[in-house]
Design a protein around this ligand. Structure first.
Ligand SMILES: Cc1cc2nc3c(=O)[nH]c(=O)nc-3n(C[C@H](O)[C@H](O)[C@H](O)COP(=O)(O)OP(=O)(O)OC[C@H]3O[C@@H](n4cnc5c(N)ncnc54)[C@H](O)[C@@H]3O)c2cc1C
Length: 446
């Protein structure tokens, strides 16, 4: 029997497997893809600071793609924008990065069963005791980590009485697609002109399709490559983001050849309230740990993977993998990273509720480069004296500014509530905490 089975060898899964194996535990990673094609085939912008925070070596070489010199965030009409000249994120080619993380886990002693799909948890007397594969094989373990991404193979099969919700509202799913497309020399000069991309600037249009939506374009003239990202609510539109990108470029009369890219779904919402139950933990997209502002989930997955391994190792040593003993992980995550991602739930409230006219005001009069950087670094907004003249623009719209200030204070309140996540599992304390979250979110939405 394995000590720990990890469902899914993505970012969260590989980090957890590596850290638990390095502490001497018998770890099995169960992954549906073949090892040689592991990892998402698209580029993700990952907060630079997370590598130092988690002790994971900074991506280099083929794992990365150069960042644009400047990033411009445009209002839905394109009339207003906020620009930053710093690079709070590093652009990571996920398939290269994931394979490095897997190699680290294997080197630490974890085993891999690839091309094996986890169908459900193995449940006995209300607790998880392993996993069942699609082929019907039972793989027992003392504890299981669900790191299988938004599809959450383990979570969906948990007993009904579990405090972990099996399903999440499908309305939170965002369809996203990112690719780099290379153009022949004779077509290349038309691309930035047709798409109106200035040199060395990446353009991100927020709310371009109403509600939660983003369209990012960047032209790399040296490589003759277009970098394009599209994301919008999956429930809102008939087409996927990938189909949109294909149609968008076709309608612009642009061909080119995809050199890297792909897409899928992202659960953009607050992380789940409960992250552990008897014999089981959730990490990464399986627990909806993305930053609601931009749907980024890699940093959260890396952090959660490390925290999960820490708690799992202690619980295995104590031979107690009950909900109560595993709770330490849930508390550490929610009070730390979870409180930051909860803070940025404010962005979702804004993009979902603000009319296009209000989004124009937000970008044109209220947002500053410091706010954009804070969002990308996943740090609370702060007041910089140097930005005072920019902030004074807001006086033109006193009522709108007051509404925004109210929402910002509600976001701070939400963060504070997450920092007070119950230290131990107690049904009544958890309910009280959930009610406090509900009240703060209501305030955010008024
Ligand atoms: C187009 C796009 C762009 C994105 N851009 C960014 C970005 O810029 N920055 C950022 O931080 N995030 C971004 N994200 C989100 C990011 O990719 C995810 O949040 C992150 O990969 C989550 O990591 P994870 O470890 O939880 O899951 P994943 O990385 O999804 O890993 C899950 C693993 O589980 C495996 N698996 C799934 N089901 C099963 C099963 N039943 N049995 C066995 N194995 C299984 C999968 O094959 C996969 O290897 C983007 C997502 C998309 C779709």
């Amino acid at each position: 029997m394995h000590d720990l089975i990890v469902a899914g060898a993505g970012c969260a899964g590989c980090v957890a497997a590596e850290r638990a194996a390095a502490r001497g535990f018998r770890v099995l990673l169960v992954e549906r893809s073949p090892a040689q094609s592991l990892g998402h085939p698209w580029v993700n912008g990952v907060e630079r600071a997370v590598f130092e925070e988690t002790g994971i070596p900074f991506p280099s070489g083929d794992e990365t793609m150069p960042s644009p010199e400047r990033s411009r965030f445009l209002s839905p009409s394109g009339a207003h924008y906020v620009e930053i000249a710093s690079q709070p994120t590093v652009e990571v080619r996920m398939s290269h990065f994931a394979r490095r993380l897997l190699a680290g886990a294997l080197q630490a002693g974890a085993e891999l069963r690839d091309e094996t799909t986890v169908a459900a948890p193995l449940v006995e007397k209300g607790r998880v005791r392993g996993v069942v594969t699609e082929a019907g094989k039972e793989l027992p373990a003392r504890v299981v980590l669900d790191a299988s991404g938004w599809e959450a193979a383990i979570r969906r099969g948990l007993p009904e009485e579990s405090p972990i919700p099996r399903e999440v509202d499908p309305g939170c799913l965002v369809t996203a697609w990112r690719e780099q497309r290379r153009f022949a020399a004779d077509e290349a000069q038309d691309v930035p002109v047709t798409l109106e991309i200035p040199p060395d600037v990446s353009l991100s249009r927020v709310g371009w399709r109403g509600g939660y939506s983003v369209l990012m374009l960047h032209w790399d003239s040296a490589e003759r490559e277009l970098d394009i990202l599209a994301g919008f609510r999956a429930s809102q539109e008939g087409e996927t983001a990938g189909e949109f990108v294909e149609r968008f470029l076709r309608e612009k009369g642009l061909g080119g050849e995809r050199v890297y890219g792909g897409g899928g779904l992202i659960p953009v919402r607050l992380s789940l309230d409960v992250l552990v139950d008897h014999g089981v933990l959730l990490a990464g997209d399986a627990a909806c740990m993305v930053v609601p502002t931009h749907g980024s989930g890699v940093a959260s997955a890396l952090i959660a993977g490390g925290l999960a391994a820490l708690t799992v190792s202690r619980c295995l040593r104590e031979n107690d993998t009950s909900r109560q003993n595993l709770w330490e992980y849930a508390c550490a995550y929610q009070r730390g990273r979870g409180s930051l991602t909860a803070y940025f739930d404010v962005t979702q409230a804004i993009t979902d509720r603000f009319a296009p006219k209000e989004m124009e005001k937000l970008v044109g009069c209220l947002m500053t480069p410091g706010d954009v950087e804070a969002g990308l670094r996943v740090r609370p907004l702060s007041f910089r004296l140097a930005e005072l003249p920019l902030r004074l623009r807001a006086l033109r719209h006193p009522l709108f500014s007051a509404r925004f200030a109210w929402m910002a204070s509600a976001a701070m309140k939400l963060r504070k509530i997450y920092r007070g996540y119950p230290a131990r599992y107690d049904a009544a304390a958890l309910r009280e905490w959930q009610q406090a979250v509900e009240r703060a979110r209501k305030r955010l939405l008024t």
